[in-house]
Design a protein around this ligand. Structure first.
Ligand SMILES: Cc1ncc(COP(=O)(O)O)c(C=O)c1O
Length: 428
């Protein structure tokens, strides 16, 4: 048996993959290395990466600056507990994050994944209201088609249908849901989108701790883009009804939508913001929850006077060093021009998919290109068809999308887009 077959055989027997069954027949591809925008399989085939490893690897793979930053940190300390101790990479990163996120967000809680950053945000909101003597405010308002992670709190605010709430209905907190706004990205928010939000806040504000949503781009819940102006109204209404506003920027953060953070498409600031994914340039797992002074002070001066969360790998130094290097690399580059360029390439190369009978809609924003099909794709056949064309694209449901590393060039972007056209025109 060669390496490729050996890896597959063991994998199939004992390893769970995301959202799949043990030992199922869906194709799995062993990767042995990655360089730039290319993944190398164990049989030497190379694939152009259209996914940035679930939207994280913004600088591509095996980047010399990123590698060096991690090697340097490794020489001094790979990990140390964060209870009672601090260290230079965490302090530098926290200062940078306070600096580059909305002005009102002045403190940082580090955690180890996006889902946990969302749990932390939800716990902060509940603890804030507890300390303001409003303990009835325990629920969350969320919009349908959202995705916030797979842990129980995060799952409770994901879209109830695609988040498979029915499976866990006995165990999940029951939250309040409204439809996602339908007003397109660049337009002033229409009244019909605001009506549900107003009603929900009017009806439930006494029990709502916060309104949580992904600003402008809903990612894994449907790759849906909506009016940034909705956020302006959401801010106004949340203030009016005494409900906190949480932005989940885990997928949108660090330039993906064309702004450093998607909330910058609007004029407002959230009370709490979650970031993760591209925070470390896709090198290591790290997330953060940022809050305003009111929340930080209320929790810190309230009862029990501490925030009740503290993961073992909180502010892992290697991950913080990777994040420091990644943010510097991004901000020192002409990233905004590059995202505009990728947006242009995606728009022109995906356009031809729009005329196909099995395509409902093609949409592009920043370095995100989405082809929505009229029916769910066949994962059994489509994944192998993409690999045979030398690309790594991982659709879900009816959605085939691209979120390539920002270092991609025009020719590789066109190869990715053409691969999508080929599978669609051949109805694979
Ligand atoms: C918007 C959003 N929030 C939260 C998460 C959960 O992050 P993680 O998978 O790191 O737990 C994701 C992951 O896709 C996400 O897209």
């Amino acid at each position: 048996m060669d390496l490729y077959q050996q890896l597959l055989a063991t994998d199939k027997k004992i390893i769970w993959h995301p959202y799949s069954a043990l030992g199922n027949d869906l194709p799995i591809f062993p990767v042995v290395s990655a360089q730039g925008v290319r993944l190398k399989l164990a049989d030497d085939r190379e694939l152009i990466d259209g996914m940035s490893s679930w939207w994280c690897a913004i600088h591509g793979y095996n980047h010399p600056v990123m590698n060096q930053a991690i090697k340097d940190q490794l020489e001094s300390m790979s990990h140390v507990m964060f209870g009672g101790l601090t260290h230079p990479p965490a302090v530098e990163l926290a200062e940078t994050l306070v600096d580059i996120t909305p002005n009102n967000l002045n403190s940082v809680f580090f955690s180890d994944s996006g889902s946990v950053a969302v749990e932390v945000a939800m716990k902060m909101a509940i603890q804030y209201w507890h300390d303001r003597q409003s303990s009835d405010k325990q629920k969350f308002l969320s919009i349908r088609s959202g995705y916030h992670g797979d842990t129980f709190g995060a799952m409770s605010v994901c879209d109830p249908v695609t988040g498979m709430h029915s499976l866990f209905s006995q165990s999940l907190s029951q939250q309040v849901f409204i439809d996602a706004p339908t007003t397109p990205f660049n337009e002033e928010c229409k009244e019909h989108d605001l009506a549900q939000l107003k009603n929900a806040l009017q009806q439930h504000h006494d029990e709502l701790a916060a309104f949580i949503l992904e600003p402008v781009v809903q990612g894994a819940g449907g790759m849906h883009f909506y009016s940034a102006d909705y956020l302006n109204h959401a801010r106004e209404l949340c203030d009016h009804y005494n409900v906190l506003l949480i932005f989940d920027e885990i997928a949108t953060g660090f330039g993906r939508s064309g702004k450093l953070f998607a909330c910058e498409h609007s004029n407002i600031q959230p009370d709490i913001m979650c970031i993760g994914k591209a925070l470390t340039g896709g090198y290591l797992t790290l997330a953060a929850t940022l809050t305003n002074d009111d929340i930080a002070n209320t929790i810190s001066n309230g009862d029990p006077g501490v925030f009740m969360h503290g993961p073992t790998f909180m502010a892992n130094p290697l991950a913080c060093a990777a994040a420091n290097a990644s943010i510097k690399l991004l901000l020192d580059s002409a990233w905004q021009e590059k995202i505009d360029q990728i947006e242009g390439w995606l728009k022109s190369a995906l356009l031809k998919c729009d005329s196909l009978g099995n395509v409902k809609n093609v949409r592009v924003l920043g370095a995100i290109g989405v082809v929505e099909c009229t029916r769910a794709v066949n994962m059994q056949t489509i994944q192998s068809a993409f690999v045979e064309q030398g690309v790594w694209i991982r659709p879900f449901g009816k959605l085939i999308y691209l979120m390539p590393p920002y270092i991609i060039d025009k020719s590789d972007t066109e190869i990715l887009c053409n691969a999508i056209y080929e599978v669609l025109i051949n109805d694979i």
